[in-house]
Design a protein around this ligand. Structure first.
Ligand SMILES: [Zn+2]
Length: 456
């Protein structure tokens, strides 16, 4: 048996912060209380003056692997995650081939396992043609849930998910629509997994389509009404099926209002928003440049403030990143040709600590980036808290040191991000995955996480 003892820190527990030591044996937390000592051979860490937090769980990342390893792969993704205190990433299914069957999910899992420096989970894709049997197969193979893209289609020949409203490309299947959700929600509910939705209504997007020559064109092409309508419709379809609906990358005040209405009328719903929507507004584009070309777009100050307020009120459950890197070459093209998406996983935890501090309660951050995501992913019995029996996924944070976001310190292939230059009043000192330090080590010892409750 090997032990790890973290002495003297302020520990985040489900009941709040606690001055305590944390004892870990063979990768699992065994005791959390003051005055502990090693009971076997092992290492002792002094965390006096530091925060001892549960590892981050980013429920929304795009590894690009397999398919676009020049943009990112599981190695660079998880190196960035580890450096940022994120010890579990949940990867979206729009890799190539798209994760739409048990077989594809299993081969992607094997690929990820060979490179992952932190733990990972895999979302399955809902296409317009997906069947309940295919969902059951993906669940048995370990899917953490299913994702439906209401405004994106599955392309037969390129086998990837592409933006589709207004497209007359015969190669594109019809996108998953509200009919697909209505047809499959009962099956997803029976499996006990969440149904995640990219909530933008394709009819509204089609009506606002235009050449995207500038940031204001981008904003005009993705009105918040598209988000609000999709949230409401998906919630109406889901409500009486008992499925748990999860709204990806919530970006607008209108979308938030629609989600709150849905919760009030009885839909089981969770919400994620992303740091770009909490730290930036459209006005920042001139300063930030193409790293800020992301979809949904960063909108107005009123949208930002509504989302911050949603987090403060606990209506928005969690913060994810929609980490979606591209190559530097792609991100230096003219505005209309540069692809949307940017990295984010490495700055998730620090940015949330900063936001939580500005709200007067730094302990909100581990709730947004660890505890609530663990519940969504069905991992609440092993991850998301520092308590006896939990995996020793632990981040030690120094609240007396500062971090400035610098592209040269980013581990993703795309180094320039939307939060470059931001300063945070915290620094990540050490990150443990099941008791092993991962901050600097290059070892791939990430495992695939599987939800605890498949099949009701
Ligand atoms: Zn995404």
């Amino acid at each position: 048996m090997t032990e790890l003892l973290i002495k003297g820190g302020t520990v985040y527990t489900e009941d709040g912060p606690l001055e305590a030591d944390v004892l870990v044996a063979d990768g699992v937390i065994t005791r959390v209380e003051p005055g502990l000592a090693l009971t076997a051979k092992g290492k002792e860490i002094d965390a006096t003056g530091k925060y001892v937090l549960p590892g981050g769980i980013d429920v929304h990342v795009h590894s690009r692997d397999p398919g676009f390893p020049e943009k990112e792969d599981f190695g660079t993704l998880t190196a960035a995650a580890a450096a940022g205190g994120v010890t579990v990433v949940l990867d979206m299914p729009n890799t190539v081939p798209a994760v739409d069957s048990a077989g594809v999910l299993e081969s992607k899992a094997a690929l990820a396992r060979s490179k992952a420096r932190v733990d990972f989970g895999l979302w399955g894709l809902i296409r317009s043609t997906t069947t309940a049997d295919e969902l059951a197969g993906m669940a048995a193979a370990g899917a953490v849930g299913f994702k439906a893209y209401l405004a994106y289609s599955f392309s037969q020949s390129r086998k990837q998910v592409l933006y589709s409203p207004g497209s007359d490309d015969p190669d594109l299947e019809p996108p998953a629509d509200y009919g697909t959700l209505a047809r499959l929600a009962p099956a997803v509910a029976r499996l006990g997994l969440p149904l995640a939705v990219h909530a933008e209504d394709p009819a509204i997007l089609a009506a606002f389509q235009r050449p995207l020559l500038s940031y204001s064109d981008l904003l005009d092409s993705r009105p918040p009404e598209a988000e609000a309508v999709a949230v409401s419709a998906a919630a109406a379809v889901a409500r009486d099926t008992g499925v748990h609906l999860h709204i990806a990358h919530l970006s607008s005040a209108l979308g938030l209002a629609a989600a709150e209405d849905a919760v009030r009328s009885g839909t089981s719903l969770s919400l994620e928003t992303c740091p770009q929507f909490l730290f930036l507004t459209a006005e920042d584009f001139d300063r930030v440049g193409l790293a800020m070309k992301m979809l949904p777009p960063v909108r107005t100050a009123a949208d930002r403030d509504a989302l911050i307020d949603g987090l403060r009120r606990g209506v928005i459950d969690m913060v994810s990143t929609d980490h979606a890197p591209h190559t530097d070459e792609e991100k230096s093209r003219p505005f209309e040709d540069a692809p949307a998406g940017s990295p984010g996983v490495q700055t998730l935890y620090l940015s949330c600590l900063q936001l939580a501090k500005s709200m007067g309660d730094v302990w909100l951050a581990p709730r947004w980036v660890s505890q609530a995501p663990a519940v969504l992913a069905g991992l609440e019995e092993s991850k998301g808290s520092i308590a006896s029996g939990f995996d020793a996924d632990i981040v030690i944070v120094d609240p007396a040191a500062r971090t400035r976001v610098r592209p040269e310190e980013m581990r993703s292939r795309q180094r320039r991000g939307a939060l470059d230059g931001k300063e945070f009043d915290f620094a990540i000192k050490e990150v443990y995955l099941r008791g092993e330090p991962v901050t600097r080590a290059g070892k791939a010892h990430g495992r695939m996480v599987r939800p605890a409750l498949v099949a009701r």
